[in-house]
Structures are given as C-alpha cells and as structure tokens.
Design a protein around this ligand. Sequence first.
Ligand code: MN
Length: 199
Amino acid sequence: MDWEFKELGYDFDALEPYIDAQTMEIHYTKHYKAYHTKALSALSGDTSKSVEEVLLTDLRPAVQNNGGGFFNHTIFWEILGKNNGEGPSGNVGALIDKAFGSFDVFKEKFAEAGATLFGSGWVFLVYDEKSDELEIIQRHNQDHPLCGKKILMGLDVWEHAYYLNYQNKRPDYIKAFWEVVDWKKVENRFLTEKTFVLV
Ligand code: MN
C-alpha cells in the first residue's frame, strides 16, 4: 500500500441506513484524515517505503498508531458496499465453509470477536497461504494486522465508527455490518493482495 490519501469511492450516504452518512463523513474526513496527516508528519513526509514496510520496521508509537490507523481504515473503506443480501462466493466463500462450516457460523464467530474486544480496536479476516486456512484475529487500538497472512477484510469497532447511530449497542452495528460487506471486493483482495513478507 502506498501513502496516498485514498478516495472513498462512494458517497457518505451510500451505506445508509446501516452506516449513516454523518458517521461516514466524520470518520473519513476527520479520523482517517488525521491518521494520515499525523503518520506523514511522524515520517517527516518520507513516503519512499510502503505502509506495510514502515509498520513492520518503525515501532515508534506515533507511526504505529497513525500509520496503523491509515492502513486499517484504507482496507475498511475498500471492502464496504451494500451487498443486497449477496454473501461470499468464489474462493472466499469456499474457504469460509471449510474453516467455519457455514457462513452463519462464520458471522457468529466474527461478531463474537468484535463484541468481546475490550475497548477500541479491530477484527480482521486473514488468510494463511501455507495452511490454506482463514482465521479471525483481533487487534487493539490501531495496531496493524500484518502477521505473515493475507488481510481480506476488517471491521472497525472503535466507538467513533458507530456511536452516533448505535450508541453503546456494538452488536447491533456488527449485525448491520453484514449488509455492507462487499464480498466481491473481499474476493478481489484474496486474488490480488500479496502476503506481506519483509525482504
Ligand atoms: Mn475508525
């Protein structure tokens, strides 16, 4: 991933009523923007290394928090989109069935990971190429999910991602999230993303 501030690719109200326009606007123009600006500031504007390489080699808190925030949100914006009830298919659909037995069980496990994450953080779905297995992982704060596995999708469970519409009801937000996962984008990440390994 490069350090360019990414276009959202859809309007702030595109995910209504599941994620409201005001939340999207604040989340994108304030939170995401701040992570990007502060990350570049911490790097003194040096964008010669990829986001992944910086996150894995520069352990300064300002870089981990803000660079991680930029990285995590960029993936989040990418995989969001109304699916009109269409679930996973293709490689990701088959891997979900293999790892969890069914899409419903996967959704339960993912929601549980989101609901039980104390404080602010993320839940990611990653793919291990060596074992050909999917895995659900949690991350606190803006810690990045880079762990030698391909990152397929992520869900932001910080309160700023849902509080305006859902207040303290994080499980309701996670339930609504399933309406706005664009599984074609997730499948595309499976097909095109590389597992990031430091060389
Ligand atoms: Mn966020």
